[in-house]
Design a protein. Structure first.
Length: 776
């Protein structure tokens, strides 16, 4: 625990500075916060309630403090930056923190930089209370890009979270009009940190299917039904196919249900989807190809088998399911479908999937000295919209191949100088589309390389005149109208617009301790657009909160002489009890000597806090106050090493214990219950008994005795054991159900230690005799 040296005398200069900060309801000024000090405020009021059922005592409750008022934050080091940073909010952690922000790149804030500008941030100091850190991308170079031949490239990111480190579009398709469906991840890899499926209504993106897709499933493919934006299919990496017919309000999942008679597999990965025609095509490795002609309500299996090894003589070959990466449907004949397969080039069906034919053609070269020479892993395939005998396939690590005779012969195309990377092995992912409204025009996005264009059905190729800002892309989506527009799905970039306010909690990374990833830090940050960022720029954010709660009590006759009866350290709560001391089930922990009564605090309701005090007595009046306390900024120290002095917020206006201004909340409560044997014990009794120094009634320890549960008109007489009359306390000494005796005789002299007898005379009742022990 932190050492607790109460500050009651001289006040530090920084605290005096705080007195000029205005009302106690005001937030700590940034310059004070930067000086490692926090302006403490007290709850506006306390509520006191006597508990007369269950465990008896007094419950003190008070409203939690507004974090915007009770915490502080301040930027430091930002005056040397060439870009502006702003922070607002209320600090929501229970411990002080100093966060260091470091830029990893250079560029302009919120600009279409060639590379992203990322900022890494993390708290400094010991990890005693866990670590909080994250990353922010303040570039605006990524997301969804729409290309219009008349207007060039424009981003379409309205509504997407700008807090994603990377806006990775992993799947995309367009519907009628400007409607789009896309799936995103937000991590450093395409399949890391899935972030859901979104639909674009022509103005904004909004998430759908959060209950079934959400952030749990990596999406692989998306296909929108022609002429029906409410119907679309979503393929996932492990969970199979999801189909909606109501715009994403509900989804039907398809896994083993695609073929109930077949032996189920463990993983249902959708590797290809196509909804160019009225038929929905689905491919799942090791499970099969499935077709639906009723909008995804039912499916039939299409058997597409390929030889396991073409180096083996045909008579000895074995066959298995092919891995389909893409489908392309002949625009003039929906039953004529080409499929791009891993290792096996292209297969073709002309009867809607009843049977398939390989289009190896002259690519099938068996070379005993070069096993696997026949392998052509086709990633994409495209059937020409002018001449259906023309097909173009994109092959991993080899490039683009074209046939003009439906696969009998193939030729490598796009071989013009400088058109392809020197190392073709770098070509892994492709996306190919027919450009809408331009017959014979094809576009192929070669991931991490560039966008290629052909205007003669794939015979010749060139780099597209306006290259996308980011060549990292795995999806192109053509318009469904003949307007020549298309959309690129990029990955790896950011979509930050200068001045946008970001919740820091939404930028957490794996640097944040697991147990803290659900914490709402409460702080928001923004960066002014156009500012210049340099690599390794640094600044810090100092954030402070109060350490905990203190409960004070005094007797009514000396209201300013308060005793600290409860202290709850929000950082290091400790006590000698398990449970809540307001319950009868409280268990005492052996060999524990802390005396802060933390177990008497109930913080289960974040809006209203409680403290239970069982050291109250019937017939007495008390004053209670609740304050916040703090040790200054402890972000860079451990509880064991902290030696800062303890500060308290005011208990009342002008409280000499506190260096802060404020009205406080000191409140009186009278405990004056009528005769209630079930609550206060025996019908008539005296307490404390025995009477000893340092114990008993507050401010009357060792001297004051209360005779309680007395009916009106009672009289108490005290005698020595020899029968001598010590004092006679008549009804005029009675308050409510109590008579008080300050252990003096009838002459006003303090009685000596010993055993005394008392007699209670009550109207209409028998006298009650008892015994009191006085220890001096």
């Amino acid at each position: 625990m932190k050492s607790a040296a109460f500050r009651t005398g001289a006040v530090a200069a920084v605290a005096l500075t705080m007195l000029g900060a205005g009302s106690a309801e005001a937030q700590t000024p940034p310059e004070v916060c930067a000086a490692d000090s926090l302006y403490l405020i007290s709850p506006a009021s306390v509520d006191l309630r006597l508990e007369t059922t269950g465990k008896q005592g007094l419950t003190i409750s008070w409203p939690n403090l507004n974090l915007d008022q009770a915490t502080c934050y301040s930027l430091s080091g930002n005056d040397t930056l060439d870009f502006d940073v702003s922070v607002d909010g209320g600090f929501g952690d229970r411990v002080d923190r100093v966060f260091k922000f470091t830029t990893a790149d250079s560029g302009l804030v919120g600009a279409p930089n060639a590379t992203s500008i990322t900022i890494q941030w993390q708290n400094e100091g010991p990890a005693t209370n866990g670590t909080i850190g994250g990353q922010i991308n303040i570039s605006n170079n990524g997301g969804i890009w729409r290309n219009d031949p008349l207007g060039g490239w424009a981003q379409v990111n309205n509504g997407l979270p700008m807090t994603w480190l990377r806006t990775n579009t992993v799947a995309l398709d367009r519907g009628t009009g400007e409607f789009m469906v896309a799936a995103f991840t937000r991590g450093t890899t395409l399949d890391g940190n899935p972030s859901g499926v979104y639909v674009y209504n022509g103005t904004n993106w909004s998430q759908v299917g959060s209950d079934v897709l959400g952030t749990r499933r990596v999406v692989t493919k998306i296909a929108v039904a022609p002429g029906d934006n409410d119907s679309f299919a979503v393929g996932t990496a492990t969970g199979g196919l999801f189909v909606t017919t109501d715009g994403g309000q509900t989804f039907t999942q398809w896994t083993s249900e695609l073929d109930p008679a077949a032996t189920p597999v463990t993983t249902y990965r959708v590797s290809a989807l196509n909804w160019e025609s009225s038929r929905l095509l689905v491919a799942m490795p090791n499970w099969g190809v499935f077709l639906s002609d009723d909008g995804g309500a039912s499916f039939t299996r299409s058997v597409l088998e390929v030889p396991d090894n073409l180096d083996v003589p045909e008579v000895n070959r074995t066959y298995g399911m092919g891995v389909v990466n893409d489908f392309s449907v002949d625009p003039a004949d929906p039953d004529r479908i080409a499929a791009a397969l891993a290792f096996h080039g292209v297969y073709l069906t002309t009867n809607g999937g009843q049977d398939w034919t390989d289009l190896y053609g002259d690519l099938l070269v068996s070379d005993p000295e070069n096993p696997g020479a026949w392998v052509y892993s086709a990633r994409e395939v495209l059937v020409d919209d002018v001449n259906p005998q023309v097909l173009v396939m994109a092959v991993s690590q080899k490039g683009l191949f074209r046939t003009t005779d439906s696969g009998a012969t193939w030729s490598l195309v796009a071989t013009e100088p400088g058109l392809q990377p020197t190392n073709l092995a770098s070509l892994g992912n492709f996306s190919m589309i027919r450009r809408p409204g331009a017959p014979g025009e094809m576009l192929v996005m070669e991931d991490k390389w560039g966008l290629l264009q052909s205007t003669d059905s794939g015979a010749s190729w060139q780099l597209y005149a306006e290259q996308p800002l980011l060549a990292a892309s795995v999806a192109l989506a053509p318009s469904r109208a003949a307007d020549r527009t298309f959309t690129q799905a990029s990955y790896g970039g950011g979509i930050y617009e200068g001045g946008t306010v970001l919740e820091l909690k939404d930028t957490y990374s794996t640097a944040t301790s697991t147990e803290l990833r659900g914490l709402d830090l409460g702080l928001r940050i923004s960066f002014a657009g156009g500012g210049e960022v340099n690599r390794n720029d640094t600044f810090r954010l100092v954030a402070q909160t109060f350490q905990g709660w203190a409960v004070w009590r005094s007797s009514s006759h000396d209201r300013r002489n308060m005793t600290l009866v409860g202290l709850f350290d929000r950082v290091n709560p400790e006590d000698c009890y398990e449970g809540y001391c307001g319950d009868n089930s409280l268990e005492i922990i052996p060999q524990c000597f802390a005396a802060k009564r933390a177990a008497c605090f109930d913080l289960s309701d974040p809006d209203t806090l409680r403290f239970f005090d069982d050291e109250v007595y019937n017939g007495f009046s008390y004053y209670y106050a609740v304050t916040a306390f703090d040790y200054g900024n402890t972000a860079l120290s451990t509880p064991q090493s902290n030696t800062n002095e303890m500060f308290f917020s005011p208990r009342w206006a002008g409280d000499e214990l506190s260096p802060f201004v404020g009205e406080g909340n000191s409140t009186r409560f009278d405990v004056n219950e009528p005769v209630t044997p079930d609550v206060w014990g025996e019908e008539v009794y005296a307490y404390p008994n025995p009477v000893r120094l340092g114990a008993g009634v507050p401010r009357g320890e060792g001297s004051l005795v209360v005779f309680t549960n007395l009916p009106e008109g009672s009289r108490v007489r005290v005698f020595t054991t020899a029968g001598d009359d010590v004092i006679n306390l008549g009804p005029d000494n009675q308050t409510g159900g109590q008579i008080y005796w300050n252990t003096v005789n009838r002459d006003g002299a303090e009685i000596s230690a010993g055993v005394y007898l008392y007699k209670v005379e009550m109207p209409a009742r028998d006298d009650h005799w008892g015994r009191i022990v006085v220890i001096r």
